[in-house]
Design a protein around this ligand. Structure first.
Ligand code: CO
Length: 134
């Protein structure tokens, strides 16, 4: 059911420093930082030939990645995002398999203006999984 790896998200305490690591030592192509207030993050997209890395820094008081950074002060991998063709069909299949869909179970519009859902890490090998309708 899942298709391409759309991105891996890494939460960082200092977006400028993280961007410098990717652009400098790792020699990757990086975007300018973008504020996504509706998602509570500042993001830099790292473009790789086969996928993207998203460097996320908390933005605002209610940022959904703030607690993660509190638990992982030097940052860390936050989630992986897999593409699916039909997010409603994917959700219904996963619920039938007993997986927990986070929030109210309805897709939201994600950082790429496409519908996304998040799946409980305890059901997926300890990793928060985002599904994005490609
Ligand atoms: Co994501």
């Amino acid at each position: 059911m899942i298709g391409r790896l759309n991105h891996v998200a890494i939460v960082v305490p200092d977006l400028a420093k993280a961007t410098a690591v990717y652009a400098g030592a790792l020699g990757a192509k990086v975007s300018a930082p973008m504020a996504l207030p509706q998602h509570g993050v500042m993001v830099v997209f790292v473009e790789l030939p086969n996928t993207k890395i998203e460097l996320l820094e908390p933005l605002g008081e209610g940022s959904p990645v703030r607690a993660f950074l509190d638990r992982n002060p030097s940052g860390g991998m936050h989630h992986v995002c897999y593409e699916v063709d039909d997010i409603i069909a994917a959700r219904d299949r996963l619920k039938a398999e007993g997986a927990r869909v986070l929030g109210d179970g309805e897709p939201r519009i994600g950082a790429h203006d496409k519908p996304v859902l998040f799946l409980h890490p305890k059901d997926f090998c300890g990793t928060l999984v985002e599904l994005e309708q490609a």
